[in-house]
Design a protein around this ligand. Sequence first.
Ligand code: SF4
Length: 239
Amino acid sequence: MPPMARPRGAQARADAVRALLAELYPDVMCALDHTNPYELLAATILSAQCTDERVNMVTPRLFARYPTPADLAAADPEAVETIVKSTGFFRAKTRSLLGMATALEVRFGGEVPTELDDLVTVPGVGRKTGNVVRSVAFDLPGLPVDTHVGRLARRLKLTSETDPVKVELELNGLVPPAERGRFSLRLIEHGRRVCDARKPRCGDCVLAAICPSAGDVVGVKAAVKQAAVKQAGGRARPV
Ligand code: SF4
């Protein structure tokens, strides 16, 4: 691919990021194992503060024992707690799982709703989980904002917001509806592999040429500047 001219403005940068990450991660997929929207919803609830790998170790047993929302709604909470214990916060997660299953049964005819406004009324489901379900299970527009998405969006200066809902709404204005889910998954992948929270590997990053934060995320440029100021006998600000 020929070198890319530095895009000006958030929209041009978002387009460039989208193209480069699509090339780097063409077959990106949700890492939570599932076979239907109900299973994805349950797995996503369990993934809070937990790795996808750990969730995938737990869900086969959970789904074998409670294959439908009706089964889970009627479950003994202690039996569910035992199954999901290793994912952490197991009491709260069990409450969410049973509340979610009951809500699906009572209010949505045993089905996972597709509208975000409905999804966020289900216990344990916020906008992030709702957008995961919409984009992955239903192939509908949805841009889940987790810690990786928020961090990369700010480093790439696609937003200056820190509130995930505001980040999502701002990114929605920059990414075509059909691309939002995959864009989120690709940012997550890149955040895990390259743009680490504490030690981003800008030298290995395909976005370095267009990223306004390249080389400056951990204060590299600032530290160099301080050293120069110190050498000149001036006062340096903390990095
Ligand atoms: S250039 Fe550095 S800060 Fe920018 S996206 Fe890549 S790793 Fe992250």
